[in-house]
Design a protein around this ligand. Sequence first.
Ligand code: UD1
Length: 429
Amino acid sequence: MDRIRIVGGNKLNGTIPISGAKNAALPLMIASLLTEETLILDNVPRLADVAQVQRILGNHGIDIMSAGKRPGDHEYQGQTLHISAANIIDTTAPYELVSTMRASFWVIAPLLARMGEAKVSLPGGCAIGTRPVDLLIMALEKLGAEIQIDGGYVIAKAPKGLIGAEIDFPKVTVSGTHVALMAATLAKGTTVITNAACEPEIVDVADCLNKMGAKITGAGTSRIVIEGVAKLHGARHTVLPDRIETGTYAMAVAMTGGDVQLAGARPELLQSALDVLTQAGATITPNNEGIRVTRNGAGIRPVTVSTAPFPGFPTDLQAQLMALMACAKGSSHITETIFENRFMHVQELARFGARIHLDGETATIEGISKLRGAPVMATDLRASVSLVIAGLAAEGETMVNRIYHLDRGFERLEEKLSACGATIERISG
Ligand code: UD1
């Protein structure tokens, strides 16, 4: 199994290109099932999760063509996928394909909306709490689907098609909103989603669906209205930049010190995280090409932060912030409100000497002046990268084991960091 070796202590200086957002690319690819015409997606990141959705779509009989490089393409340019769901030959998404990634469950929505039936294995994914799908099922039932759970599969049927409805989510859910949105585009009549997730990736998917002929208004607010249409058509759409990758590298620079341009990043996608970084002592300068992050001289200041749905501080940056606060001058408090059990990085950060005390959903971090490199184990996607950040700032060598989680969500991580002066390499085998 591959590992990543880091020798810490170098400042980061240079430019890091920001990839397309994984959390938009996955539902956008899945949305291709809604039309028999070709959906072209640009700026799709090269990630293990994207390859997994390709496999899942392939199992439904979908053709995917990945366009080659064009003259003038930047070496980090995302890929262009031509996805054609002209013929859906199978409406079952089996356990072997769905169990490794939670978002793959979302195929249930377009399959049901277009084909009137879907049989999808209950999902797996990162081990960060129980992550049920009850609200996704609730949304589909509201739209008129008959749902049974049998042998670990959710079996959904709507032989006469879905019917527009009011869907009021009792808690904000990104997955629930994606599923409701996709299913409602082909339902008869109007659907109103209230307490909808406002995440930028929801807006990106809604924009793409509108290009495909859907009638969606209000995406990006907590009330989304969808007028169902009989058919969707092909379209071309560019995946928005990854705000979690942006925030992760911004935190890495805040931790090591230095001066890095995050090329292609969009500040409005992660303002709350940028505000926290400013509070912590980094200098954040949005410019025409992206966001410049610097920290020179002054130490890291402690912060008190709670994760929250967008536009709040993202749970997907919680572990990275904790790594940063491990070296702050004083005590920080980080409260996780979205997922239970999303503190698996705490015991791994402790191997670097970090002083973290957990009390329910709140971690108190007593900053120390220097972390020391250590062998550590990646546990989930975002936790893994917090260990990389800690390793970059720590004295001596760090070996991050079980890095397949990193490959699910961070494109060419070690290349991007070593181009900015980090000593980081992948060791195969
Ligand atoms: C998505 C993101 C993930 C991010 C999360 C929160 C993708 C591929 N993943 O995950 O990176 O951390 O949003 O921003 O976009 N819940 C239920 N019942 C349900 C569905 C969700 O109780 O049916 C709960 C979850 O357990 C969790 C909360 O709602 O506590 C939020 O989950 P949700 O927003 O749906 O997260 P995901 O879409 O899985």
